[in-house]
Design a protein around this ligand. Structure first.
Ligand code: SAM
Length: 172
C-alpha cells in the first residue's frame, strides 16, 4: 500500500462529524475531498492557483474554504481549534516543479499548526526522493525530536527514497 492509501485509512476513525480539519497542501484535492466528507468544516491551502482550481472541481460538498496562499500564513485565517492537519509535501504533479514545499517554510507552518491543536493530529508525508525533500525531512524530524513531539506512527515502504509519513498526536 502506498502512503496516501495508508493515510486515508488511518484518518477515517480520527475525525468526527463536528470536527474542523485543514489540508495544508491541497494539490489535486484528493486529501481535501476525504476531509470534506468526514468533517464539519475544512480549510485548504495551496500556493498554486492551479491546485486550487483542480481541487474545486473534485469537491462534492460546500464545507471547504480554499485559500490560495502560503501555508506559513495559516494563523491569519484560522483562529479555532483544529482536529487534524494534513501536510502532503512536495510539488503539484504535472505542473511547475518550482512550487515545491521548502524546508524552512514547512517548519514555520508545522509549528503554527501544532499551536492550533488542542487534542488532535498532524499527518505529514515527506517525499525524500524529491528536490529538497531530504533537507525538509531532516529539519522537521530534528525539530520534532527536540520539541518532544509525540509521533505515534511512522510509515515507509521498504524501498530507498520512498516517502515517509509521520502521524503526530497532541493531547492537552
Ligand atoms: C504533493 S502536492 C499535494 C497533494 C494533495 N494533498 C492531493 O491530495 O492531491 C503538494 C502541494 O503543495 C503545494 N505547496 C508547495 N508549497 C506550499 C506552501 N508553502 N504553501 C501551500 N502549499 C504549498 C504545491 O503547490 C502542491 O500543490
Amino acid at each position: 500500500m502506498n502512503n496516501n492509501t495508508i493515510v486515508h485509512k488511518y484518518i477515517k476513525p480520527l475525525i468526527h462529524t463536528d470536527d474542523v480539519t485543514v489540508d495544508m497542501t491541497v494539490g489535486n484535492g484528493n486529501d481535501t475531498l476525504l476531509l470534506s466528507n468526514l468533517s464539519k468544516k475544512v480549510y485548504g491551502f495551496d500556493i498554486s492557483s492551479e491546485a486550487i482550481e483542480r481541487t474545486k472541481t473534485k469537491l462534492t460538498k460546500d464545507n471547504v474554504t480554499l485559500i490560495n496562499d502560503n501555508h506559513i500564513n495559516v494563523d491569519k485565517y484560522i483562529k479555532e481549534d483544529i482536529r487534524l492537519f494534513i501536510f502532503n509535501l512536495g510539488y503539484l504533479p504535472h505542473s511547475d516543479d518550482n512550487n515545491h514545499t521548502k524546508a524552512e517554510e514547512t517548519l514555520i507552518a508545522f509549528k503554527k499548526a501544532y499551536e492550533l491543536i488542542l487534542n488532535g493530529y498532524i499527518i505529514i508525508t515527506f517525499y525524500i526522493g524529491h528536490i529538497g525533500g531530504k533537507d525538509e525531512y531532516y529539519l522537521l524530524d530534528k525539530y520534532i525530536k527536540q520539541a518532544n513531539i509525540k509521533v505515534i506512527e511512522k510509515y515507509k515502504q521498504d524501498k530507498i527514497n520512498s516517502p515517509i509519513t509521520y502521524i503526530i498526536k497532541k493531547s492537552s
